[in-house]
Design a protein around this ligand. Structure first.
Ligand SMILES: Cc1cc2nc3c(=O)[nH]c(=O)nc-3n(C[C@H](O)[C@H](O)[C@H](O)COP(=O)(O)OP(=O)(O)OC[C@H]3O[C@@H](n4cnc5c(N)ncnc54)[C@H](O)[C@@H]3O)c2cc1C
Length: 523
């Protein structure tokens, strides 16, 4: 059967998801592409409704996204007031007083194809090794507040880490909008009020409050928590994961910058959730993610305020959400990307990354006009796996706790957990084995960071290490530790490196300037 190319795409929503999708579609299938097949892309958004307006932590793959779009990193950093991010520090998660890092990089060195952590566990058992962080370059860089760029040469120590950004997601969306509009995307300001469907249930057109009709071959739902197309119109089932991720509220507030810029996010466990602290160039982002069953909004804001170290720059922004995702994110000619397809709370900064994964999958499976169902099936299967693996990783943080000082932590410690996660934890506890999921967002070093930080210690070490000369390996590990220390000496401080590359965009962080620039946006 002859297939007809998609000629028009309508994106509904202009938050981070909408503009990231718009930018990528423009590049690969739209008018910004240098290919012959070009399709018209329109984006409808409503300023009146606004965007979520938070979202400041990212994962390293965002750099790949930007590079693919041809974005200059220094310009991006300036435009989004970004800072470098080498990982996330978890404070008070397993026990009060604890702190550990989930760094973006590897630990140690493999020996004869065996992962370093197996040796480290054996050395540690015999008192021959230091802390896991001693063998992680990004962890040491983060704590020493040093920065340099990774190298590609696999023999270089500098090839063992990656970095992401803390950024102002609203500014990122604005920046992408400017670029994408310059490439010819049509932006329509307005509220979509009705969705008109064909007999077979596909979307025929969108009706705006202004009376305008927009019809397209493919519709992308980027309407955030509203999920106007995928939820309201298609009634795609929402898989509710709040029994495992019970935080359902957040209060966010920016403060003035104080002290040195850190190159890691702080995630500080609190009695009914956790608090984030994210350093941007011009301000610090803060928030308390909490369970409304365990604390009121006022108490949560009170706790947050008591733990802030700068001047408040805006009124608190209270947000509500439910952890979970749409069972099906691509139905007929509608694909949901962003919060409309799901949300797993911000602990591991995965939302923008899941937007990126959704866009990448959509482009890989880009349909023709008659939308082959095998493409949407594969998209839905792949996205479900992504969500589930991120879910398990975040649940691990909550569940593997020893805290018994509040009803919230009692609940997290005692709750049932997804079967796949239970199996993963069992394998690690019994034999120190970490499942390598090929296409998952979080790989072995990330799981190891959390297991170790949460004090999970395997009952047995890998029997393969028995055949190795452990004292000799201990010497090699000590050499690596020293190499890391030496490497730090040659690096610039995080601030220096940042400022060398790009001066901040908005230096004036007074409360008034903040309000003028960022306004208040709610869900
Ligand atoms: C507390 C909290 C903290 C977070 N922290 C992080 C983080 O650190 N890292 C991270 O990666 N992510 C984070 N996120 C998630 C991140 O904010 C979102 O994933 C991201 O901003 C994308 O949102 P979105 O574009 O899907 O939705 P939104 O920002 O809500 O955008 C929705 C868009 O749809 C439009 N719209 C809605 N209805 C209509 C209509 N009827 N007609 C026309 N337009 C319409 C709106 O105008 C808006 O433009 C956080 C989220 C929350 C709640």
């Amino acid at each position: 059967m002859a297939t007809q190319a998609i000629q028009k795409i309508a994106i509904v929503g202009g938050g981070t998801a909408g503009w990231m999708t718009a930018a990528a579609l423009m590049k690969f299938v739209g008018t910004a592409s240098d290919k012959k097949a070009r399709c018209e892309i329109v984006l409808v958004e409503s300023d009146e409704i606004g965007t979520v307006g938070v979202g400041e932590g990212t994962l390293p793959l965002i750099r790949q996204f930007n590079q693919t779009l041809g974005i200059d990193e220094a310009e991006f950093i300036r435009e989004t007031n970004a800072t470098y991010k080498l990982g996330i520090e978890f404070c008070n998660w397993a026990r009060i007083g604890d702190a550990y890092l989930h760094p973006f990089g590897d630990y140690g060195f493999p020996v004869d194809g065996i992962e370093f952590y197996h040796f480290w566990l054996a050395l540690k058992e015999k008192g021959l090794a230091g802390s896991l962080d001693d063998y992680s370059l990004p962890a040491q860089m983060a704590y020493a507040n040093k920065f340099t760029y990774p190298e590609r040469d696999p023999s270089s120590l500098l090839s063992t880490f990656s970095y992401a950004f803390h950024l102002d997601a609203t500014a990122y969306a604005r920046y992408l909008r400017r670029r994408t509009e310059a490439q010819g995307i049509k932006r329509i300001e307005g509220r979509v009020e009705h969705i008109i469907q064909t007999e077979d249930g596909s979307i025929e057109s969108l009706k705006l409050a202004s009376g305008e009709d927009i019809s397209a071959d493919l519709y992308i739902d980027c309407t955030g928590f509203r999920a106007l197309l995928i939820g309201d119109t298609f009634k795609s089932e929402f898989c509710d994961w709040s029994e495992w991720l019970s935080c359902d509220r957040a209060v966010a507030v920016p403060t003035s910058r104080t002290g040195e810029l850190l190159s890691y996010t702080k995630a500080i466990a609190q009695p009914a959730g956790w608090q984030w602290r994210i350093p941007l160039q011009h301000r610090t982002g803060n928030g308390y993610v909490y369970s409304s069953k365990h604390i009121s909004d006022d108490e949560a804001f009170g706790t947050l305020k008591r733990n802030l170290d700068g001047e408040l720059l805006a009124e608190p922004n209270f947000l509500r959400f439910k952890a979970g995702h749409r069972k099906i994110s691509w139905i007929k000619n509608c694909v949901a990307i962003g919060l409309s397809s799901g949300f797993l709370e911000p602990l591991e900064s995965t939302s923008i990354q899941l937007i990126q994964q959704g866009i990448t999958k959509l482009l890989e499976l880009f349909p023709s006009k008659n939308i082959e169902s095998c493409l949407s099936d594969e998209f839905n299967r792949a996205m479900l796996l992504e969500y589930e693996s991120v879910r398990d990783f975040i649940v691990l943080n909550y569940h593997a706790t020893e805290r018994d000082d509040s009803p919230f932590w009692d609940y997290c410690r005692q709750m049932g957990i997804p079967q796949e996660l239970k199996e993963k934890i069992d394998l690690y506890k019994r034999r120190g084995y970490i499942i390598e999921q090929q296409q998952a967002l979080f790989l072995i070093p990330s799981w190891l960071a959390i297991y170790t930080g949460q004090h999970l210690v395997p009952e047995k070490v890998d029997p393969r290490v028995a055949g190795f000369d452990l004292p000799k390996l201990a010497e090699r590990a000590a050499e690596l530790k020293q190499q890391i220390i030496d490497a730090l000496d040659k690096m610039a401080s995080n601030n220096e490196e940042l400022l060398r590359n790009c001066a901040p965009n908005h230096n004036d962080a007074s409360p008034q300037a903040y309000r003028n620039l960022y306004g208040q946006s709610r869900i």
